[in-house]
Design a protein around this ligand. Structure first.
Ligand SMILES: Cc1ncc(C[n+]2csc(CCOP(=O)(O)OP(=O)(O)O)c2C)c(N)n1
Ligand SMILES: [Mg+2]
Length: 318
């Protein structure tokens, strides 16, 4: 399977899993799908027959709310049955809404409370150095997650100990749960911040598989840890979900939301990939009900307006 095919299947599973469970975070899953596909398919050394193989690379999804993407990748790579994905986010399932390592082969760390993955990853990378092991540690973070102070504490530690076996990948979709990052807590200048912490910084298009592969290649032979700032679009692949804060928490409901989402995916289906749920697509999609707003222009549900504190045009306090 190619990374493009895997990414398509991750997106297709993500739609189905959130649809069946009424679970959140489809925008976050679609955003990270290409990063996950390239990493699990072409970059990291993982072994579905021996998930605890000591030589394996360690992958942590620190933005654990997009766990469906990792579960889908692991199922596709043979770590467990694809059929089990249908239980995601449901009572009694081991595939909990936020990614869990409890009984799930291939998951290194349960996350969901944001801000912890990079610290644990730095610890794993330090442990590898002490044990003279050659595995690498990959940690996928959200950009909004970088509001957490622990991310920067981990960045300090990784630099201090020259953890060049640690790679952070930031899913830089410029959005968090309730608004754009810029309106919540600006990260800019983002690259410069990482550079100031002594990290090797690579920027890449987070939906361009070749660019991602090249970026991962460039993480080798450095003295310092590397961060790949992967520029992405939240909701990527489904036009009415792209860049729309609505789809952080909303799931594709039965009817036109689900039908249109699947149809949109079909517009970019790579050759040779099959759809396990609707193999022939959706012939007669349900129509958008009158009054529904499918356009991607929803008002953020909450904004702490900086103008309450300072005038963004004049830069003066008000
Ligand atoms: C410590 C903590 N605070 C708040 C939340 C609630 N929360 C879930 S997802 C999310 C937004 C994360 O944004 P980002 O890291 O940019 O991920 P994206 O969904 O954009 O990929 C927040 C605040 C949480 N999970 N953990
Ligand atoms: Mg984000």
């Amino acid at each position: 399977m190619t990374s493009k095919q895997l990414a398509w299947r991750i997106r297709r599973h993500g739609i189905e899993m959130t649809h069946l469970s009424g679970g959140s975070h489809i925008g976050s899953i679609l955003s990270v799908a290409d990063i996950v596909a390239v990493l699990y398919n072409d970059v990291a050394y993982i072994d579905s027959k021996n998930p605890k193989n000591d030589a394996r690379d360690r992958i942590i999804l620190s933005k654990g709310h997009a766990g469906a993407a990792v579960y889908a990748a692991l199922a596709e790579k043979g770590f467990f049955d694809i059929e089990e994905l249908k239980t995601h986010y449901q009572n009694g399932s081991r595939l909990s809404g936020h990614v869990s390592h409890k009984g799930v082969p291939g998951v290194e760390l349960s996350t969901g409370s944001l801000g912890h993955g990079l610290s644990v990853g730095a610890g794993m990378a330090a442990s590898a150095k002490m044990d003279r092991k050659t595995y690498k540690v990959y940690v996928i973070c959200g950009d909004g997650e970088c509001d957490e102070g622990t991310v920067w504490e981990a960045a300090l530690v990784a630099h201090q100990y020259h953890l060049n076996n640690l790679v952070a990948i930031i899913d830089h979709n410029k959005m968090q749960s309730l608004d754009f990052c810029e309106n919540t807590l600006s990260l800019n200048p983002f690259s410069d911040k990482w550079k100031a912490f002594g990290w090797n910084v690579i920027e890449a298009d987070g939906h361009d598989h070749d660019a991602l592969r090249q970026a991962f290649e460039k993480t080798k032979n450095n003295d310092m840890p590397t961060v790949i700032i992967a520029n992405t679009i939240k909701g990527k692949g489904i036009s009415f979900m792209e860049n729309d804060i609505l789809w952080h928490y909303r799931f594709p409901h039965e009817g036109w939301e689900y039908d249109c989402a699947v149809n949109e995916l079909y517009k970019n289906k790579p050759d040779g990939v099959t759809d396990p749920y609707t193999p022939d697509g959706i012939a007669n999609p349900a129509l958008e009900p009158a009054g529904a707003n499918i356009t991607n222009n929803h008002t953020p549900s909450f904004t702490l307006n900086p103008n309450w504190i300072w005038n963004s045009s004049t830069k003066e306090k008000v």
